[in-house]
Design a protein around this ligand. Structure first.
Ligand code: 5GP
Length: 197
């Protein structure tokens, strides 16, 4: 997605060969116009899947997920990383090791908001080693619902997440795919050959 790639180039900061910081439009301050375009793009890519619900994880998945939910006209549920005192219902849970925070969280969603009739699109901000997405897949499958695909805003294709998800037969759609962050440079995988001209 051209607009997203341009934003990454102009505002992203490469913190290391492994980590990209995009606090100015996705992970801290949020660019609503960009989120709207991202939501529209996810909705277009999954338009024919009969999606009934979007599942994401707090906090940075929520903005793109809500915009996709708006365009697909379906509700959005986010997994919580910490148990809330008000989250007293029966819970679906999975254990997720965070790539950036180096800690393991028990993530959870109330059983009330997912059931076997649901056709789910999972959305997250980044895909690195796939732990967050796999945890969300596990939760959705516990509910008996079907995962129709995974929408990722920024995929770091040099890490293993996408392969792990595709090995399980899951469809992964990433709006920006980064081949490398070496030498402080963001290198994209450009699937559209015309864009290279
Ligand atoms: P995974 O679970 O795929 O290993 O990592 C994905 C999660 O880690 C995302 O939800 C995101 O919050 C965080 N993450 C992974 N890599 C990056 C990165 O390079 N930059 C930022 N800002 N977050 C990342």
């Amino acid at each position: 997605m051209r607009l997203l790639e341009e934003k990454i180039i102009s505002e992203g900061r490469v913190l290391s060969d492994q980590v990209l910081k995009v606090d100015s439009f996705l992970n801290h301050q949020i660019d609503p116009f960009l989120m709207k375009e991202i939501g529209k793009e996810f909705a277009a890519r999954f338009a024919n899947e009969g999606i009934t619900k979007i599942v994401t994880i707090e906090s940075s998945g929520i903005a793109p997920a809500v915009m996709a939910g708006l365009y697909l006209n379906v509700p959005v549920v986010f997994a919580r990383k910490r148990k809330s005192l008000t989250l007293t219902d029966d819970l679906l849970t999975a254990s997720v090791h965070s790539f950036t925070k180096k800690e393991t969280n028990e993530i959870s969603i109330s059983k009330k908001y997912l059931d076997e009739a649901d056709r789910v699109l999972i959305i997250d901000d980044f895909l690195a080693n796939g732990q967050a997405a796999l945890g969300l897949v596990e939760i959705v499958q516990q509910s008996g619902a079907m995962v129709l695909g995974i929408g990722i805003v920024i995929e770091k294709a040099f890490q293993q997440g996408s392969e792990k998800l595709k090995e399980r037969g899951l469809r992964v759609e990433s709006l920006a795919r980064i081949a490398s962050l070496a030498n402080g440079q963001v290198q994209f995988i450009n699937e559209n050959v015309e864009e290279l001209v």
